[in-house]
Design a protein around this ligand. Structure first.
Ligand code: MTE
Length: 308
C-alpha cells in the first residue's frame, strides 16, 4: 500500500493552515522548559572545579536550611512544595540611596542585568557541610550598574519575603527578628562572583532553595545567601542582618569562609562533602572557599580574625 499523496491543490489551498501549525509546533519545541533558567549559557570561567564533583541534584534540593519553613533539613522541601508561588507576579522593591527606586519583576531584573548564565560554585555552610552547585543567574554588579546607587551608598541590604501564611514556621520562632535580612558592602555586592540566582541544575529555583530569586555569595558562609528576596535597599551604613542580631559572637557581618577562624562552638578547618553515603568524605576548608584570587583584595585592610 502506498500512502495517499496530498495533492498540490490541497496543500496550496491549505498552506496557511500548514504554515500556522508548522510554526506553532516549531515554536513550542523552542520554548524553554523554565521561566527564568531557560537559555542560560554556561560560564567559561566558573565551571566544575577539577578536584570536585557536582553535588547530586536531589541532595542539593532536599537538604535545606530555610527556617521560615522548618528547622529540619528534610522538613523544608515538603512544606515549601505546598507554597503556590506565582513567580511571574513576584516583585522586588529597590529602595534607599539609589536613582532607580522602583519595584521590578524577576524578568525585568534579568533583562536589566543582560540575561542569565550558568555558573558552577562551591557552597559552604557555616555548619560545616559543603556542596558544588550549578546555579543559573545574573551578576549583581551588572544590575547595580543599571540601578545607579548614589555616591553616599556604601552597603546593600536584602530582605526575604515574610508572609507568615506561607512561611508558617515564623510563628513558632517569635524571638527571631523576621523578615530574614542580609547585607553586603557595596564593593562585595559589585564583585564579579556575587550572583542573583534564579535557577539551579538548569531549572527554575525550587521553592525550598529560595524561589524565585536568591543571593549566592560563594566565598561567604551560606547564611549570607538569602532566599526569596523581595527588597534590595542601598544604605550608608552596615545594615542589620538576622543572624548577626540573634548571635553576634557567632555570626559576623562578613562571614567569610576561613579555616583558621573557628566558630565558637566548632572548628571550621574541614568540611563534610554533602552526599547520600553513610560515611560522607571530608576535605580541608579553603580560605574564602577557594575564591581568594577574586576577593582577597576586598579585605586587604581588614583583620579577618576580628571581623568575622
Ligand atoms: N534565607 C532565608 N530566607 N532563610 C533561611 O533560613 N538559610 C541560609 C541561606 N538563606 C536561610 C536563607 C542558610 S543557613 C544556608 S546554609 C543557605 O540558605 C542554604 O541554602 P540551600 O537550602 O539552598 O542549600
Amino acid at each position: 500500500m502506498t500512502k495517499p499523496q496530498i495533492t498540490p491543490e490541497f496543500y496550496f489551498q491549505n498552506r496557511r493552515v500548514f504554515m500556522k501549525y508548522g510554526i506553532t509546533f516549531g515554536m513550542l519545541m523552542l520554548l524553554p522548559k523554565t521561566i527564568f533558567a531557560g537559555d542560560a549559557k554556561k560560564s567559561s570561567i566558573y565551571t566544575l572545579p577539577k578536584d570536585l564533583n557536582l553535588t547530586k541534584e536531589d541532595v542539593a534540593t532536599s537538604y535545606n536550611n530555610f527556617y521560615e519553613f522548618s528547622l529540619e533539613k528534610d522538613g523544608v522541601k515538603p512544606k515549601a512544595e505546598k507554597w503556590s508561588l506565582d513567580a511571574k507576579s513576584w516583585r522586588i522593591e529597590i529602595s534607599g540611596l539609589v536613582e532607580n527606586k522602583k519595584s521590578f519583576s524577576v524578568n525585568e531584573l534579568i533583562e536589566m542585568a543582560g540575561g542569565v548564565e550558568e555558573r558552577v560554585y562551591r557552597f559552604r555552610c557555616v555548619e560545616g557541610w559543603s556542596m558544588v552547585v550549578p546555579w543559573t543567574g545574573f551578576s549583581l554588579a551588572k544590575l547595580i550598574e543599571k540601578l545607579k546607587p548614589t555616591k553616599d551608598a556604601t552597603h546593600v541590604q536584602f530582605q526575604s519575603m515574610s508572609d507568615a501564611k506561607v512561611f508558617t514556621n515564623i510563628k513558632s520562632l517569635p524571638q527571631y527578628p523576621w523578615p530574614y535580612t542580609e547585607g553586603l558592602t557595596l564593593p562585595e555586592a559589585k564583585n564579579e562572583l556575587t550572583l542573583i540566582a534564579t535557577g539551579m541544575y538548569g531549572k527554575d529555583l525550587p521553592r525550598q532553595n529560595g524561589a524565585p530569586l536568591r543571593l549566592v555569595v560563594p566565598w561567604k558562609y551560606g547564611f549570607k545567601s538569602i532566599k526569596s528576596i523581595t527588597k534590595i535597599e542601598f544604605t550608608k551604613s552596615q545594615p542589620k542582618t538576622l543572624w548577626n542580631q540573634l548571635a553576634p559572637d557567632e555570626y559576623g557581618f562578613y562571614a567569610n569562609v576561613n579555616p583558621e577562624v573557628a566558630h565558637p562552638r566548632w572548628s571550621q578547618a574541614s568540611e563534610k562533602i554533602l552526599d547520600k553515603s553513610f560515611l560522607p568524605k571530608r576535605k580541608p576548608t579553603l580560605l574564602f572557599n577557594g575564591y581568594e584570587k577574586e576577593v582577597a583584595a576586598l579585605y586587604k585592610n581588614l583583620d579577618l580574625k576580628k571581623n568575622i
